[in-house]
Design a protein around this ligand. Structure first.
Ligand SMILES: O=C(O)CCC(=O)C(=O)O
Ligand SMILES: [Fe+2]
Length: 209
């Protein structure tokens, strides 16, 4: 076990866990659920062992290959469609299964799949979208673990256009649930300030049709 140090001062902002959204959904930021050295090790393992691939998507009728890389893990022989393509799930690795259990305990939900994203640096991001695919059911719980570079994550309300942001720390967990995907879009903006990689894991529950 790594030694735990108590901060002698309060960091700015509310203490996790806290609710990020002011209304119409729940996005709970739990802060760090994996600590220093363990989070560093997990980041290195995932960078080295995951078969990262560039994602393909269709935009304005053109096929685009995204800068960000992805990998898709899940139970059994899951197929999942995102960005207009069907992907077959990779088999869980031991470190991913271990992390899944920890996330399920913290979030109080069960997940059967995980989409991993690799952003090499701040030149890579993800545009505004909602995770409202029908395979996720009506009020999906999506648990997002961040490793590596700290990045800002934004929410934008569909009707009011209100915006709220949260900085996703190394080893942290953010859970989006309830009506979040119905009312809010989210994005990971690009930034010149970040020069190191970030790995994101979004645990999801695919509902059989
Ligand atoms: O990288 C992130 O934190 C967000 C990823 C995301 O929104 C997604 O995979 O749908
Ligand atoms: Fe998303």
């Amino acid at each position: 076990m790594a030694e735990q140090f108590q901060l002698g001062f309060d960091p700015p902002g509310p203490r996790p866990p806290y609710q990020v959204l002011p209304q119409d959904g729940e996005a709970i930021y739990y802060g760090k659920i994996v600590s220093g050295e363990e989070a560093d090790g997990l980041l290195q393992t995932l960078l080295n062992e995951v078969p990262w691939r560039h994602d393909e998507t269709v935009m304005f009728g053109k096929r685009i290959v995204t800068a960000r890389q992805v990998a898709w893990y899940g139970d059994q022989d899951f197929d999942y469609t995102y960005s207009g393509h069907t992907h077959t799930a990779l088999e869980w690795s031991a470190p991913l299964l271990q992390l899944k259990e920890r996330v399920e305990e913290a979030a109080g939900a069960n997940y059967n799949s995980c989409l991993l994203n690799l952003y090499q640096d701040g030149n890579q991001g993800m545009g505004w979208h909602r995770d409202n695919e029908k395979e996720l059911g009506p009020q999906p719980s999506i648990a997002s673990v961040s490793l590596g570079a700290e990045r800002r994550f934004d929410f934008r309300h569909q009707e009011s256009r209100d915006k709220v942001s949260v900085v996703l720390e190394h080893g942290s967990l953010l859970v989006m649930q309830g009506t979040t995907q119905a009312h809010w879009q989210h994005q990971m903006p690009k930034t010149k300030k970040v020069t190191t990689p970030r790995v994101n894991l979004t645990f999801r529950r695919i509902v059989r049709q």
